[in-house]
Design a protein. Structure first.
Lengths: 480, 328
């Protein structure tokens, strides 16, 4: 398997400028792989998959119960990001995250952005993830979106765009760390020759950020990761992060609110918890405040939270800031709050809530990608050009009956990366989800998760829809 | 520096049940094994008796709803592969695996892999084929896998609080199942009353010992097979790892290690109940047991073991803060 006959097919390729012309930064990788004996690349791919299975880096497939753990398909050919591109992404993401944080503080308090008519009030209050229950809240250290995974794509023009914001419980970071661990064994020599920015310190950084949120009166904060339990598809990640940070993994039933504080039930009685990294949705967090039928949550935790007795990451209510209709206003927010030029542009988006734009969407369903404003993971989505007539009609009805719930975007030509398909190498479309932490400052973890649509021509990268992942190498500037 | 955290109650509970379920799976295999040996040794003119085995489990009513007759195959199917029966081997291992999965970040990865493979083995079509075509080989494998798990636990898992909870689970389960294995003999009807005390009777008692892997160790102590000595050995022996007294002694040690109290004292209900039961075994003898009647004695013992289990649960797992006790 070699790159001899690799074709970019007129797409933007992350490793090639054009057919037979690798990008300068990618040359060592291409050369190395071309120098491997026949069949060797395939063997290494198989060894990497076997390692992931053995390490139990799996996700659960819903709907069956026996031996249902599968590995997230992994491709050993890495995606590279050049230093200047990364620097641009880093600055753009920081700008965006700071802005979204200011937006959240504003809409749950003064609502300046509504008063000054930048965003219509109704668009916010009609959002399903807007939480009037927390109006007036000032979270610890003024931070709302502590952990984010904003999805980025590169279009054929070579520019990066923000595809969507994820500020609730973005998952995938465990794959970033484990993919890297596996790839170091796959291409040890490349790691010696190239300067690839390491990713292993994420759990440390996460713990630092979480401890930063603890009430100032606590000297050694007690941190816990809150999971919905073993049946959650991301359970592996919850358990992995708890293990890597060396903190307990708790379920709702392990916690109890008593005399205003939150405690864990332990074999030696009750122990106080100061910071919770929650991986359950707002809806389920506290049955006394949100969904009363939730059995996953902790009754009374919001009261303790509002009283400043515990910190929760991410802050309940952040979901409104990644609502896909609100997303369209982020560039305006950046100008409004920071008075800066937007570094990372949005993808052109039509909000069906707006009558004129809805009209356009309904007339062009065969050209657009339609998404539900609150869903992720490739669910609740219509890829117009690839959909059947029946699917399009179905979406037409759904849009008409609940316009606030939908947005549409033009079909993008996502950039591609060489990928092993059977016994040769072909280009496949990718996106990028960098992970950022917002404690004292915004920290963007180098790289992130590159997801790849393994089906030929497909633009959907989600694991539930035939997607896989790749290791992402952010290269360091070589200073001679 | 982090203050050292105590163990989450849920984690302690999962460790306790993880090891209890693996031990239970092993003991069901022993259980079926004892009956196969007993039946092989019965004189040819007598019918096979599989019915008693289900009776001893206490789940005869459930069995009767699903199977028309207590044949060897039906009983093996029920006790091994019936996934809707909560005490079958496959159900125990599913529960063990779920417990292990919920505490994967706490146990060693070797332990997780061991219990995962054990479960995958039991649901494989090959396992099922072998269970009916070569049951002895199959149930030996089940025992071996459980012992492998115990071995892995011993050498990969810190011998701290969590380990002590696992030990408690294993020991209480084992004590309970040894009592049941001993009880099977009570239900097997000998062809005629005159057979009691004959070679047939002795052969059956040695089958009971074999199922508890106790025959060789027993012979080193007593040389001859005598019913009351067999019962004495399986109930009272101080050092044999499957005797009830040994199991309770070790369970108590583990409990004391968790609570930090000195032997002979108690600081909670779990310690009080377990300590009293262990003392009863220390200071009783086989004649007393036989006066009560072996079967009646074992029945009473099982009730007390359940009380210990409940006390452990109330002491460590189902705790509530004082202001909630009044509210709920």
């Amino acid at each position: 398997m070699k790159f001899d006959s690799y074709l970019t097919e007129d797409h933007y390729d992350e490793l090639f400028e054009s057919d037979a012309h690798p990008r300068k930064a990618a040359i060592p990788i291409i050369d190395r792989i071309n120098s491997l004996p026949e069949e060797e690349l395939k063997h290494r791919q198989q060894a990497a998959e076997a390692a992931l299975m053995q390490m139990g880096i799996t996700f659960t497939v819903y709907g069956t119960d026996e031996g249902t753990d599968r590995i997230f398909p992994f491709d050993v050919l890495p995606r590279i990001i050049e230093p200047s591109d990364w620097e641009h992404l880093e600055r753009g993401l920081s700008q965006r995250i700071c802005t979204l944080n200011l937006f959240l503080e504003d809409i749950y308090n003064e609502q300046r952005i509504i008063k000054e008519k930048v965003i219509p009030a109704e668009l916010i209050t009609s959002g399903r993830s807007f939480r009037p229950e927390i109006t007036g809240l000032h979270p610890p250290k003024g931070r709302w979106c502590h952990i984010s995974g904003i999805d980025i794509v590169r279009h054929r023009d070579g520019e990066f765009y923000v595809l969507e914001d994820n500020l609730r419980c973005p998952s995938g970071i465990s794959y970033v760390l484990e993919n890297r661990r596996v790839l170091k064994h796959t291409f040890p020599r490349l790691f010696e020759t190239l300067r690839i920015r390491p990713v292993d310190d994420y759990p440390n950084r996460l713990l630092d950020m979480l401890e930063y949120l603890a009430p100032d009166t606590v000297e050694t904060p007690s941190v816990a990761v809150l999971t919905p339990g073993i049946y959650n598809s991301a359970y592996f990640e919850h358990s992995f992060l708890a293990q890597q940070m060396g903190v307990p993994l708790v379920e709702g039933r392990d916690l109890v609110v008593s005399e205003g504080f939150v405690y864990m039930r332990t074999t030696r009685g009750f122990e106080r918890v100061d910071v919770i990294y929650r991986r359950i949705d707002d809806d389920f967090l506290d049955p006394e405040v949100f969904r009363p039928d939730s059995t996953l949550g902790i009754p009374g935790i919001m009261e303790a939270y509002k009283a400043g007795k515990i910190a929760i990451a991410n802050t309940p209510g952040t979901g409104i800031a990644d609502d896909k209709a609100i997303y369209t206003y982020v560039p305006k927010m950046i100008e409004f709050y920071l008075e800066e030029d937007v570094l990372l542009p949005n993808v052109q988006t039509y909000v069906c809530w707006d009558g004129k734009e809805r009209q356009y969407v309904l007339q062009n369903l065969d050209k657009l990608v339609v998404k539900s404003v609150n869903e992720s993971g490739g669910y609740g989505m219509l890829v117009g050009p690839h959909a059947t007539k029946k699917e399009r009609e179905d979406f037409r009805h759904r849009i008409e009956s609940n316009p606030r719930n939908f947005i549409a975007q033009p079909t993008l030509d996502l950039s591609r990366v060489p990928t092993i398909i059977d016994d040769h190498i072909e280009g496949r479309h990718v996106d990028l989800r960098p992970y950022a932490l917002y404690g004292e400052e915004v920290y963007v973890h180098p790289g992130g998760l590159t997801r790849v649509a393994l089906r030929k021509g497909s633009l959907v990268v989600n694991s539930s829809q035939g997607g896989g992942s790749k290791d992402t190498w952010v290269l360091e500037e070589v200073t001679v | 520096m982090y203050k050292s955290l105590s163990m989450l109650s849920r984690v302690a509970d999962s460790l306790y049940w993880l090891s209890r379920y693996v031990e239970r799976a092993e003991n069901i295999a022993r259980f079926i094994d004892v009956n196969m040996h007993l039946m092989l040794d019965l004189p040819i003119e007598f019918e096979q008796q599989w019915h008693p085995l289900v009776t001893v489990t206490g789940d005869y009513t459930i069995f009767k709803e699903r199977y028309s007759e207590a044949t060897q195959d039906a009983v093996i199917e029920f006790l091994t592969f019936d996934s809707t029966y909560s005490n079958s081997i496959v159900s125990c291992l599913r529960a063990a695996r779920l417990n292990a999965r919920s505490i994967r970040e706490v146990i060693s990865s070797e332990m997780w892999e061991s219990v995962n493979e054990f479960y995958l083995f039991i649901i494989s079509p090959e396992a099922k084929r072998e269970a009916f075509s070569n049951p002895h080989a199959f149930f030996s494998k089940v025992k071996q896998r459980s012992q492998e798990f115990i071995g892995i636990r011993e050498v990969t898992f810190t011998h701290g609080e969590g380990w002590n909870f696992m030990r408690m689970g294993v020991m209480i389960e084992r004590a309970e199942k040894t009592s049941r294995i001993l009880d099977v003999k009570y239900f097997i009807l000998l062809p005629k009353v005159e057979y009691i005390g004959t070679p047939y009777d002795n052969i059956q008692w040695s089958a009971v010992l074999k199922s508890a892997s106790a025959l060789e160790m027993y012979l080193k102590c007593y040389h001859h097979i005598l019913p009351n000595q067999v019962a004495d050995f399986l109930i009272h022996d101080k050092d044999f790892p499957r005797s009830i007294r040994y199991c309770l002694d070790k369970a108590e040690q583990a409990l004391h290690a968790v609570c930090g109290s000195t032997p002979g004292t108690f600081s909670n209900e779990a310690e009080r109940r377990l300590g009293r039961l262990r003392a009863e075994l220390d200071y009783s003898d086989i004649n007393e047991v036989l006066e009560t009647g072996l079967h009646e004695y074992l029945d009473a013992l099982q009730v007390k073991l359940n009380q210990v289990d409940t006390a452990i649960f109330n002491t460590f797992i189902a705790i509530r803060p004082p202001d909630l006790i009044t509210r709920i």
